[in-house]
Design a protein around this ligand. Structure first.
Ligand code: SF4
Length: 238
C-alpha cells in the first residue's frame, strides 16, 4: 500500500478536506492496511488523545485489530489508571515496559538515552514479538515543528510499513471526533495538558505549539521520544 506523497499533497489534504472527509479517509486507510496485513497490522496506542482516536477508528474497522502500549516507570498516576481501564476493556492491547535499572534522573541528564531505553527498546520488542508488519500510529503533521515531514504511509524501516491514518487531522478535529463519539480520554487533558508523556518531561504549556510542554528546558524541547525517528527493526536489549 505504498503511497508516496509530497509535502504539498499533505498540506492540501490538511487544508482541503472537511472533518467528515478526513474520518472517511482514515477509516479507508485502516481498512486497507488490515486487509493487506491482517494480524500483522497493529496499532501503537500511546493512550494520548490521538492514539485514542486511531484505536476507536480501528475498532470500527474490526474488533480483531490488536494494539500495544509502551509504558514507563515515569508515567503519571492518571495515565497508569487510564491504561488499566483500557486494557481491561480491550484485552487485545498488550503492554510493554522496560524495567531495567537506569541512572538516577537520567531523564534530566540525557533524555535521549532515557527515551531510548524506556520507550524505543520496548517498542522494538513489541514489533518483534507481535510480528508486526504494519503499525498504525496517532501521529499528526500539525502537532509541532518535528512532525511536518511525515506521510500517511511510510517505510522508514525496510519491511515495516508505518501507517499514520490521522496525519492530516487538526487538533480541533481530534476533539471533535472524541466528543461526537463520546470517547473517554485521560483525565489529565481536563487540567490543561495538550500532549501527554512521562511526568518529569511533561508540563502544561500555553501557545500555538501543541507539543511545547514536552521536555521543557532540554535540547529535546517540543521534540520526539524516538519511536518515530529511530530504526525499529533492530534486536531489542531487554
Ligand atoms: S519522556 Fe522523559 S522520563 Fe520518559 S522515557 Fe523520555 S526522557 Fe525518560
Amino acid at each position: 500500500m505504498l503511497v508516496t506523497q509530497k509535502e504539498d499533497d499533505v498540506k492540501s489534504l490538511v487544508e482541503g478536506l472537511n472533518f467528515s472527509q478526513k474520518v472517511e479517509r482514515s477509516l479507508a486507510l485502516i481498512d486497507h492496511a488490515y486487509r493487506e496485513f491482517g494480524k500483522g497490522f497493529v496499532i501503537a496506542n500511546s493512550l494520548g488523545k490521538d492514539s485514542v482516536v486511531v484505536w476507536h477508528l480501528a475498532k470500527r474497522v474490526s474488533s480483531e485489530i490488536r494494539g500495544f502500549i509502551v509504558t514507563t516507570r515515569y508515567k503519571p498516576r492518571e495515565t497508569v489508571q487510564f491504561m488499566h481501564e483500557e486494557v481491561a476493556k480491550y484485552p487485545e492491547l498488550q503492554v510493554y515496559r522496560n524495567d531495567a535499572q537506569t541512572p538516577k534522573e537520567l531523564y534530566a541528564l540525557d533524555p535521549d538515552l532515557c527515551c531510548n531505553i524506556l520507550k524505543v527498546e520496548p517498542t522494538r520488542k513489541a514489533i518483534k514479538e507481535m510480528r508486526v508488519t504494519c503499525w498504525g500510529t496517532g501521529l499528526r503533521c500539525t502537532e509541532g515543528r518535528t512532525r511536518t515531514d511525515f506521510r500517511e504511509v511510510e517505510e522508514r524501516d525496510e519491511g515495516l510499513i508505518k501507517l499514520n491514518p490521522i496525519l492530516i487531522w487538526y487538533e480541533r478535529e481530534v476533539w471533535q471526533y472524541l466528543a461526537l463519539n463520546q470517547v473517554r480520554v485521560n483525565p489529565l487533558y481536563a487540567r490543561g495538558y495538550r500532549s501527554l508523556g512521562c511526568e518529569p518531561c511533561t508540563q502544561i504549556a500555553a501557545g500555538k505549539d501543541e507539543r511545547a510542554g514536552r521536555w521543557i528546558g532540554t535540547s529535546k524541547c517540543g521534540g520526539e521520544c524516538g519511536i518515530h525517528t529511530r530504526p525499529l527493526k533492530l534486536d531489542y536489549q531487554i
